[in-house]
Ligand binder design. Sequence first.
Ligand code: 2YG
Length: 267
Amino acid sequence: MTRLTTNDIKDLYTSLQEWKVTLEKQTGLSLLNIAALAGDVSRGRVKSASWRLKVGVVPVTSGLGVIDTFAQNVAAIVELMQFEAFVTEQTDVAGIYEAYQREASIVFLADDNYFLAINTAKKQIVENSDATARGFVAALDGAAGGLRDRQVLVLGGGRVGQAALNCLKTHGAISVLYDTNKQVMADYAAAGGSILRSIKNMKDYELIVDTTPVGNWITADMLHPKVIFSAPGVPLSLNEEATASLQERLIHDLLPTGVITMLAMAC
Ligand code: 2YG
């Protein structure tokens, strides 16, 4: 799983409005709709939670430490969903205590391995990989006008890829996995899953969820001319030319789609 850097996200909160408008146009869905669909919760539940629940974001110093602006960006994305949110002054355990004292019902926090949203009022804990996969599959569903009985190629069989495969099943899609790791492919095939043997056939797929953590390896001629490419994977696999040729058929961001889905699931 890729670790974000300050450089990746330091200006993210300045482009959140643009991200919102673009994603809503690409999917034909509001952010509330995407988050609720992805989180498999009702819009009403998210809406009413936004009036009732406060969200605290706690910077965590363990491992490689705090990523400058990470907590602030998470809070800004939560506020975009009309929730009240704050970043705690304290970090780590003191920060969790502060969030509780400031009456946060949902706490977001991340170390180098897990990024969680915890609902302190009820037994609800949400992990970013699962939420991110759900969010990008929901966005693909919107952009494709439905995934039922449609072939969807999943690139990468890691934590996000496996979550995407599970989620695609609930959308009624026919998913196919490609991973460079032969063991991952063998395990998936042994469990009855369909696999793509050669990446050369990627161009047969109009719908792709790309979870790979490798950048700049896909060129436009490797893709179906009408492909819709939903890419939670960081860095983006498409090279510059492919990115330019896809335009609004590329769904990609570094943080917000996963965070709005975590929020919906934690309500
Ligand atoms: O509190 C902080 O500032 C740091 N402890 C945050 C560390 C986050 C590390 N994880 C990542 O960078 C990504 N896995 C986050 C999710 C990326 C979008 N899928």
